[in-house]
Design a protein around this ligand. Structure first.
Ligand code: SF4
Length: 367
């Protein structure tokens, strides 16, 4: 039986160099050429790689492939936000959202199918945990989006990548870190470390590990200003309480020479949006290199929470501002297509796709 072909999509540079040396007896520059073709040119067939010798391409065909995701559905919102549901082999969908803004284009990617963290306000949590995405599935989201966005906004449609889709990225550390190395590599997407953001609910040991191994921006889903409330909203807090989490964050920043950490705070009506919560939050973050991002909650079927009112959100922001905290309020995007992370895949996996009336797309790239 023929050995299974190696998928080159998702091999970081060092592993690709090792692969071409061990399996094909080729020099490292061949790996560098391959990377440029795959990520910069978006090639997924060796035949298209015209500056590689014919016999080298033939060798590659025998032992390797470039397996990219297929589009299951795609939707575009009135504000230009685009959302894809993708898949590689498995039945479950991988959700990716592109958010265009005047000064940037942000791709929000997933790291897992479902999530085990069980945050009570999150629609992904309702699906439970299904599996980790492979490196190829994580990088494949960017590859695919880049192909689909080609020609829009010049050559750099994607300027930022954020791990804020489905899943807790630090719970899939093994695959997320190599994927981030590819995003940062000059031979592929060439993003600066400030433009790749890993958002975590607070896996403290992995934050310390990441501080040693990969330099990207960190965002933390805080969502509550005290342990009693955070234990309820973000259950990982029972294992790693706020004090421990913040200590890990400041360590990360120091180690990485970073500027600041963004703390995400979902605004839940009557739950975490009282003036006293704002004051507690300000006391936690005051004098620290921290920014706070207030996120109006996006309700989903079956949730017990409601979005905070606009006056409550503004009052919350003002208290924090007055106490010296930098606060932004996230604009909700793609409301008409459920672009809040976690919502599309949840519905598709519930098999209610047909009723949603989404456009089914024939996969134009074979897996
Ligand atoms: S908020 Fe993030 S970490 Fe929490 S359950 Fe949802 S996807 Fe998982």
């Amino acid at each position: 039986m023929a050995a299974e072909k190696i998928n080159l999509l998702g091999l970081p540079r060092a592993e690709l160099e090792q692969f071409v040396a061990d399996r094909l007896g080729a020099k490292p520059f061949r790996a560098r050429q391959l990377m440029k073709w795959i990520y910069k040119q978006g090639a997924h067939e060796f035949a298209a790689m015209t500056d590689l010798a014919k016999d080298f391409r033939a060798q590659l065909e025998e032992v390797a492939c470039i397996k990219v995701p297929q589009i299951v559905t795609e939707q575009t919102a009135a504000d230009g936000t685009r959302k894809w549901l993708l898949r590689m082999d498995e039945v479950q969908g991988i959700e990716t959202v592109y958010i265009p803004e005047p000064d940037r284009g942000t791709l929000c990617i997933s790291s897992q199918v479902g999530c085990a963290m069980d945050c009570t306000f999150c629609s992904t949590a309702q699906q439970g945990f299904n599996r980790n995405l492979s490196v190829a599935e994580i990088v494949g989201q960017v590859w695919l989006a880049q192909r689909e966005l080609k020609g829009t906004r010049g050559d750099r449609a994607i300027t930022n990548i954020v791990f804020m889709g489905m899943g807790e990225p630090l719970a899939n550390y093994r695959n997320v870190v190599p994927a981030m190395r590819i995003f940062l590599d000059d031979l592929s997407y060439e993003l600066s470390r400030r433009r790749v953001t890993l958002s975590t609910s607070g896996l403290v040991p992995q934050i310390y590990k990441l501080a040693e191994e990969c330099n990207v921006a960190l965002a933390v889903s805080l969502h509550a200003p005290n342990d009693a409330l955070r234990n309820e909203l973000v259950p990982i807090n029972r294992k790693h309480p706020i004090e421990e989490l913040l200590a890990a964050c400041w360590h990360y920043l120091e180690k990485q020479n970073g500027r600041s950490i963004t703390f995400e705070y979902v605004m839940l009506d009557g739950v975490n949006d009282a003036p006293e919560h704002a004051r507690q939050l300000a006391r936690l973050l005051r004098g620290r290199p921290a920014k706070l991002n207030l996120i109006p909650f996006n309700p989903f079927p079956g949730t017990r929470y409601k979005r905070s009112s606009v006056p409550a959100i503004l009052r919350f922001r003002d208290i924090l501002n007055d106490m010296g905290i930098i606060v932004t309020i996230r604009r909700t995007r793609g409301d008409d297509i459920d672009a809040a992370c976690g919502q599309l895949a949840g519905r598709v996996n519930d098999r209610t796709l047909v009723r949603l009336g989404t456009k089914l797309v024939n996969p134009s790239v074979s897996a």
